[in-house]
Structures are given as structure tokens and as C-alpha cells.
Design a protein around this ligand. Sequence first.
Ligand code: NAD
Ligand code: UFG
Length: 337
Amino acid sequence: MAILITGGAGYIGTHAMVEFLNEGREVVCVDNFCNSNPVALERVKKITGKDFKHYNVDLLDKDALEKVFSKNEIDSCIHFAGLKAVGESCEMPLKYYHNNLTGTFNLCELLSKYRAKKIVFSSSATVYGKPKSVPITEDFPLSTTNPYGETKLMIERVLKDLYESDNEWSVSILRYFNPIGAHESGLIGEDPKGIPNNLLPYVAQVATGKHPYLRIFGNDYDTHDGTGVRDYIHVVDLAKAHLCAIKRAETRKGIEYFNIGTGKGYSVLDIVAAYEKATGATINYKIMERRLGDVGECYADPTKAYELLGWRAEKDIEDMCRDSFRWQSKNPDGYGE
Ligand code: NAD
Ligand code: UFG
């Protein structure tokens, strides 16, 4: 029986594939490479020494997706595939709604038809909007501030309705906080197109000399040093959470929501200091205006994931910075064109 991994060529998907393959699980990957590179899948094979089936298929092409189901014994799914750039989602909302929602509808229809009613969905801390306090627990009120976040919240609601209509489903919704870092081999990592929007890829590019300095968006937040605080989680720890989630889904039906974070908040200046300490690089920075839409502080209470999934983050901020730097240094142009 195989686990279907949608978006398996992406940043988090590749790391998850490594964990599943290392556990001896059979995986089938579908990805249309709209934000990834087939080279990443070759690297997954190199790390694990294992082969797997993969298909260049768009989730929007339901006929092509069905062929993947008819050719493989798919039993469950980890659903990473989606567009994720917040700014772009504001410029092209229809593209985001269509890709993320229609892709999920096609997928769920086929999972249902082929009696593989187990899904782990990649949601995000973005569904908590501007949280009233921290740490955030799963029962906090939900809201969003942009179309990308809205697609995550809408998919959560669709999956809830699906479960309520058919209790044979097992749905695990993982709300990721801020995934960073890379596999310790330095063979796979985050490969953003163009200039990175997120903090860590940008810091990595400053550390390796691609940019002269980091722009820190605001130092007047109500945080210990005024810069924004987030819950950074090592992508390998995050990948392992999917293994725990699918194991639970294999033994019980229902719908559950989990925060996947470390429970610790680090400010932008904390990250700069940690990166310098872990790598020996110098991170120059300038303080700029706040970035529109940013919240001051966001970090998880991950207790529920520990209690029910038996999962907790093991890697610390130094591991995250060191592994990010190794990936960036060994692959200055990511996976290439
Ligand atoms: P990513 O862009 O690296 O990976 C997503 C993959 O999905 C890419 O390989 C892309 O080519 C593929 N894809 C997109 N639309 C597709 C379609 N219609 N058909 C087939 N393949 C398609 O992103 P990631 O960082 O690995 O994120 C994975 C998931 O986790 C996404 O759903 C994202 O929204 C969610 N998430 C990411 C973060 C983060 O900070 N990275 C935080 C919270 C949630
Ligand atoms: N920051 C800078 N300079 C930069 C980039 C970021 O100072 O060049 C700051 C931000 O202001 C924020 C912190 O670094 O305080 C983290 O910013 P990121 O862009 O790395 O991450 P966000 O928390 O803003 O957003 C991420 C994902 C979103 C997701 C959200 C919640 O990018 O998709 O987490 O899960 F919605």
C-alpha cells in the first residue's frame, strides 16, 4: 500500500519523503513542478538510497490524477501541493483559490472513490490571523488576512464537512509555524524563486554574500527587543510530524487539528545572533518600517501534538541555522534552472 505525497518535490515534501522512505514506507509523488525542480527528487533518492514512483501531474488535471490512482495501490495521502506566496496571493487571488481549492477537491474525490480516506493536510499558523495572545492553542479563534491564508482556512472547513458527511475519513490538519533549516546532508533545502520573502532564506543569502544586508521589518513591536517573534521549526522535525500523523490516521477515524511548532519564540534579532553564532558568518542589517500585514508575536503551544501524536521538535535553533547555512553554501543557486 502506498502513501500519495502531493507536492512531494517541494521544500517540506522532499524532507517528508526522506522520512517516509527511511521508515520503509512506499510513497508515490505527484507534483507539477510549478514551484520546484525535478532534481530535488533525485536528491531524495540519493539521500535514502531508495527509488519511488513520481508523476509530473497537476492536481487540476483530474483525469491525469486518476491515472495515478488506477496504476497504484494508494491507501492514504499527505497533501502538500499548493501555492504559498502571501504577496502573490493578493495580486492573483483567483489563481490561488483555483489551484489550492480545486486541486484539493479533485484529490479528495479520488481519495474517496479509491477508498483511501486518510489525509494529512498542510495548514498554517496563518489561520490564527492576528492572535489575541501567545502561545496559541488549537482552539483559538480563526481568521485570515490574505487570500493564501483564506485557502488554508477554506480547505480546513471543506475537510471538516467531508468528515461530517462520511465518518470513514481520517483527517489530520497540521498547522505549521515557521519551517526553516534543511536536511543535514545539505542535498535538499528551500529553493525560493527570485528574492526570498521569508526571513531565513534571506539571512542565508546575506551570510553567503548574495545580499549586502538584511532588512529588519520593524523594531517597535511589543516584544523583548522590538522585532517580530516567531516559532521557527526545523523542517526535518516538521517532516517527522507527518509520519506520526499518518500512523495515527491508520488506526483511527476522525478529524483532528495540531499545532506543529517548538513552543519557543525567537525575534529577528535573536535569529541574526543565532545565525552568526552557529555559522561564523556576519549578518549585517538595517532597521526598516514594519511590513504590512505582519503580526508582532506568534508561537505555538504544541502540547496537543505531543500528547496525541507522540511528536515533539528535537532540533534547536542552532541546528536550524547551521543546516540552513550548509544548504545555502553547497547550493548557492538552489537546484539550478
Ligand atoms: P513548496 O512550494 O516548496 O512545495 C509545494 C509543492 O506543490 C511544489 O513542489 C509545487 O510545485 C507543488 N504544487 C503546487 N500546486 C500544484 C498543483 N496544482 N499540482 C501539483 N503540484 C502542485 O512549498 P512548501 O514550503 O514545501 O509547503 C508545502 C505546503 O505547506 C504548502 O501547502 C504550504 O502552503 C504549506 N505551508 C508552508 C509553510 C512554509 O513556510 N513553507 C508554512 C505553513 C504551511
Ligand atoms: N522579516 C524581516 N526581514 C525579512 C523577512 C522577514 O525582518 O527580509 C521578519 C518579519 O517581519 C517577521 C519574521 O521576520 O517578523 C518572520 O517573517 P517570515 O516572512 O519568515 O515569516 P512570517 O511569519 O511572516 O510568515 C510565514 C509564512 C506565511 C505563513 C506564516 C504563518 O511565510 O506563509 O508564516 O504560518 F502564513
